[in-house]
Design a protein around this ligand. Structure first.
Ligand code: NAI
Length: 701
C-alpha cells in the first residue's frame, strides 16, 4: 500500500497530513489514512476541528492514475468527500503548492480553504479525456458559479491563489505555508457552529445564465475541443449542478464520468500522458551520471531559430550570449526577440520593467573568445555541413572543458558534426521546432559518442525550460521530419491524381489535425521545402521520380512561397491567413498531371487519409526497429507536440494499434501492389509485417 497520512494534534485541531511523495497522489493508502483520521477525529472529544494538508510542500496532485488500470479499491474518494461534508466538526484545507484534480475535490469537501500565495488550484481531468469524478463538477459551481467553473474544467488550466480567492474558491490567501492560518481558522469555526457549512448545501448562482448560455458556450469551444467528448460532458454536469440537488447531481456526474472513462479518447489521452513522461527517460543511462550545472549559455546564429531558442532560456533567468557574423546581425536578431516579448506586454502578461530585465540577460557578441565561460552552446547557423563543422571546431577551441556543444540542425549528421571536435562526448543535438519560443517539442538527438552526463543535463534542462523532451538517435530528419517525408510525398502525388489542395486539407483536418499538408506548406514556406528538396536532390538522396514534389517546386518557381507572398497552394487576401482556393493552382496541377501522363480521378477522403498517414506509420515502424526511437510512445509524443497529430487519437503508433496492425499492413500491401515502385514507396517495414502476422501492436512488441 503506497502513501499514508500523518496525524498530529495541535491545540484541539487534528492535522491530517498527506504523505505520498512526490506529489501526494491520492493512492489507496492515502484514502485509507484520511478515512481513519476523520473517524479518529470524530470519535475523540479532545478534537474540536480538523485541518487537512499535505507534506512535501504540496496539497495533492489528485488521483494516482497508475491505479486506473484496475478498479480502485475502497474507500473511494467520493465516499470520503461525502463523509467530510457530513462531519460534525469543521474541516479546513491548508493548501500549499498544488491542489489538482481529486486533490481540489478533496479541498471542496472541506468547510473552508486557506491557500498559500504560491498555490495553484485546478481540475485538469479533461486533459486525459475525463471529467472530475469526485464531486468537482457539482461543488465547484456552488462556490464560483457556472462561468468560472466551465473555464477551469474545460481548459484544464489551474488558477493561482489570488485568482482563486477573487472568485471565492479559497477563503484566505497567506504568504508562506498555509498550515498556521488554517489551524487558526479551524479553531474559530469550531467555536461558532453556525459559522460553517458544507459546499454541497449551497445553491449555484445562476443569475447571469440565460437559456441560450450553454449552446453558445458549446459553440465557442467547438473548434478547440473537436473530436473530444469530455468537454461536452463537463457542460452537461455543470448544467446539472444548477438544477439538481447535490445527491442527484453526483449521480449524474458519475454516469458522465464513466462514459468518458470508457471512451477511446480518454484511453488515447492517458497513453499520451504516460508517454510524455516516459519520453525523456534513457533506460541505458548510467545511474551515476550527474547533470552538469548550466548557469550561462550561448546561441550561435541569431536568426529565426536562434532568437526563439534563446528566449526559452532568458525566460527562465539564464543569461545568453548571442552570437552572429556581425554586430548588425545580432542586433537584428535581438530586435526580433524584443518584439516577441513585447507582445506579452500587450496581452498584459508582462510589464515594461520585466521586458527590460529579460533583455538585460542577452549579451551580444561576434567573438568566439567571449564564449569561454558558458556551460552550453546551441548552434543555429545555416543548414550547411561545412559551416557547422567550422563553427564546432571554433567552439571546441574556445569553450571551457565540460561545456556542452549542441546543434539545432534539422537534418545533418550529428556524429559528423561531433567528429569535427576533440570532444564528441560533449556534443548533442537539440532540435527545436519553429517557433522555438512557443512549440513545446524538443528532439534530443543522442550521438554515438554523447556521454550520459550530457544526456542527463539536457534532459533536465528541457524540463526546466518547459519543453517536452524526446530522445532520438541519429538519422536523416530524426524522428519527426523523417516521418514527415512520406506524408508530404503522398499528399503531392494525390494532387497529381486528382484530389484538390482543399480536398486533401479538409480530409486531414477532419481526421483531427489543425491543418492539412497544403496549408502547412503555405505556412512554413513553399521556398523552404523546395530548398530542402534541392539539397537532397544534389546529395542524391531523393528518389529520381519526376512526380516527387513537382507541384510545390512549380509553385516555388512562380514565386508562390505561401502565406508570406499571399499565394502558394492557396490565395490569401491581404492581411488574412484564411486559405482561398485558387483556379491557377488547379490549372497548374492538371497541366502537370497531363504532362506526366497521370489520369486524374475523384479520390475519397478515406483514401486521402490512408495515403497520407500509412507511410508515416510505416516509417515510424522502421524508426522503432532501428532503435532511433526508444518507444512507440516517443514517436506519438513527437507527432502530437511537433506536428499537430490529434492527441485524442493517441499519436500515429497508438492509432495504428487501434486500427489493428494486421489491417494497416494489409492496406500498405494493397497500396504496394497498386502504387508500389522501384523507389520502395509502399514497401512494408519488417517490424510492421512481423507484428501484423503475430497479431500484436507496436505497444506490445
Ligand atoms: P536563419 O537563416 O534564420 O538563421 C541563421 C543565422 O545564422 C543567421 O542570422 C546568420 O547570420 C547566422 N550565421 C550564419 N553563419 C554564421 C556563423 N559562422 N557564425 C555565427 N552566425 C552565423 O536560419 P534558421 O531557420 O534559424 O535555421 C538555423 C538552424 O536551425 C538550421 O540548422 C536549421 O536547419 C535549423 N532548424 C530550422 C527550423 C525552422 O523551422 N526554420 C526548425 C528546426 C531547426
Amino acid at each position: 500500500m503506497s502513501g499514508k497520512v500523518e496525524t498530529h494534534l495541535l491545540d484541539g485541531v487534528l492535522v491530517l497530513s498527506i504523505d505520498s511523495p512526490p506529489v501526494n497522489a491520492l493512492s489507496h493508502g492515502v484514502r485509507v489514512g484520511i478515512e481513519e483520521g476523520l473517524r479518529a477525529a470524530m470519535d475523540d472529544p479532545s478534537v474540536d476541528a480538523i485541518v487537512l494538508t499535505g507534506l512535501h510542500g504540496k496539497f495533492s496532485a489528485g488521483a494516482d492514475i497508475s491505479e486506473f488500470s484496475a478498479a480502485p479499491k475502497p474507500p473511494h474518494l467520493p465516499f470520503i468527500i461525502d463523509a467530510m461534508e457530513e462531519a460534525t466538526k469543521p474541516i479546513v484545507a491548508a493548501i500549499d503548492g498544488i491542489a489538482l484534480g481529486g486533490g481540489l475535490e478533496l479541498a471542496l469537501g472541506c468547510h473552508a480553504r486557506v491557500a498559500s500565495s504560491a498555490a495553484k488550484l485546478g481540475l485538469p481531468e479533461v486533459l486525459i479525456g475525463l471529467i472530475p469524478g469526485a464531486g468537482g463538477t457539482q461543488r465547484l459551481p456552488r462556490l464560483v458559479g457556472v462561468e468560472q467553473s466551465l473555464e477551469i474544467m474545460v481548459s484544464g488550466r489551474p488558477v493561482n491563489a489570488a485568482k482563486a480567492h477573487a472568485m471565492g474558491l479559497v477563503d484566505e490567501v497567506v504568504e508562506g505555508g498555509a498550515l498556521d492560518a488554517a489551524v487558526q481558522r479551524a479553531q474559530q469555526l469550531a467555536q461558532v457552529p453556525e459559522s460553517w457549512s458544507s459546499v454541497g448545501e449551497k445553491n449555484v448562482n445562476t443569475e447571469d445564465i440565460t437559456n441560450s448560455y450553454y449552446d453558445n458556450y458549446m459553440q465557442s469551444i467547438a473548434k478547440k475541443t473537436r473530436g473530444q467528448i469530455a468537454p461536452g460532458r463537463i457542460v452537461e454536469a455543470v448544467k446539472g449542478s444548477t438544477r439538481l440537488p447535490l445527491e442527484d447531481g453526483l449521480k449524474l456526474e458519475r454516469d458522465l464520468f464513466l462514459q468518458c472513462m470508457k471512451s477511446p479518447e480518454s484511453k488515447a489521452l492517458q497513453h499520451v500522458f504516460f508517454s510524455e513522461r516516459a519520453a525523456p527517460q534513457l533506460p541505458s543511462m548510467d545511474a551515476s551520471a550527474q547533470p552538469r550545472e548550466i548557469k550561462k549559455i550561448a546561441v550561435i546564429g541569431a536568426g529565426t531559430m536562434g532568437g526563439g531558442i534563446a528566449m526559452n532560456f532568458a525566460s527562465r533567468g539564464i543569461p545568453v550570449r548571442m552570437m552572429d557574423v556581425d554586430a548588425q546581425a545580432v542586433e537584428r536578431g535581438l530586435a526580433v526577440v524584443r518584439g516577441n516579448y513585447a507582445r506579452g506586454i500587450k496581452r498584459g502578461k508582462m510589464t515594461e520593467a520585466q521586458l527590460e530585465a529579460l533583455m538585460g540577460l542577452f549579451e551580444p557578441t561576434t567573438d568566439y573568445a567571449e564564449l569561454a565561460d558558458v556551460d552550453l552552446v546551441i548552434e543555429a547557423v545555416f543548414e550547411d555541413m561545412d559551416l557547422k563543422k567550422r563553427v564546432f571546431s571554433e567552439l571546441d577551441r574556445h569553450c571551457k572543458p565540460g561545456a556542452i556543444l549542441a546543434t539545432n540542425t534539422s537534418t545533418l549528421d550529428v556524429d559528423e558534426i561531433a567528429a569535427s571536435t576533440q570532444r564528441p562526448a560533449d556534443v548533442v543535438g537539440l532540435h527545436f521546432f519553429s517557433p522555438a519560443n512557443i512549440m513545446r517539442l524538443l528532439e534530443i538527438v543522442r550521438g554515438a559518442a554523447t556521454s550520459d552526463s550530457v544526456m542527463a543535463t539536457v534532459i533536465k534542462l528541457a524540463k526546466h525550460i518547459g519543453k517536452v523532451g524526446v530522445i532520438s538517435g541519429v538519422c536523416y530528419g530524426f524522428i519527426g521530419n523523417r516521418m514527415l517525408e512520406g506524408y508530404a510525398r503522398e499528399s503531392g502525388l494525390l494532387l497529381l491524381e486528382g484530389a484538390s489542395p482543399q480536398e486533401i486539407d479538409r480530409a486531414i483536418f477532419d481526421f483531427g489535425f489543425p491543418m492539412g499538408p497544403m496549408a502547412m506548406g503555405d505556412l512554413a514556406g513553399i521556398d523552404v521545402g523546395a530548398r530542402v528538396r534541392e539539397e537532397r536532390r544534389k546529395a542524391g538522396s531523393l528518389p529520381d521520380d519526376p512526380r516527387y514534389g513537382v507541384i510545390a517546386d512549380k509553385l516555388n518557381e512562380l514565386g508562390r512561397f505561401g502565406q508570406k507572398t499571399g499565394r502558394g497552394f492557396y490565395h490569401y487576401e491581404s492581411g488574412s491567413r484564411a486559405p482561398v482556393p485558387d483556379a491557377e493552382v488547379n490549372e497548374l496541377i492538371a497541366e502537370q498531371a497531363q504532362k506526366l501522363g497521370i489520369e486524374q480521378r475523384a479520390i475519397r477522403d478515406a483514401e486521402i487519409v490512408e495515403r497520407c498517414l500509412f507511410p508515416l506509420i510505416n516509417e515510424g515502424a522502421r524508426i522503432l526497429d532501428e532503435g532511433i526511437a526508444l518507444r512507440p510512445g516517443d514517436i506519438d509524443v513527437v507527432w502530437i507536440f511537433g506536428y499537430g497529430f490529434p492527441a485524442y487519437r493517441g499519436g500515429p503508433m497508438y492509432y495504428a494499434d487501434q486500427l489493428g496492425l494486421d489491417h494497416v499492413y494489409e492496406r500498405i500491401c494493397h497500396y504496394s501492389e497498386t502504387l508500389g515502385n522501384e523507389f520502395g514507396y509502399w514497401t512494408p517495414s519488417p517490424l510492421l509485417e512481423r507484428l501484423a502476422k503475430e497479431g500484436k501492436g507496436f505497444l506490445e512488441r
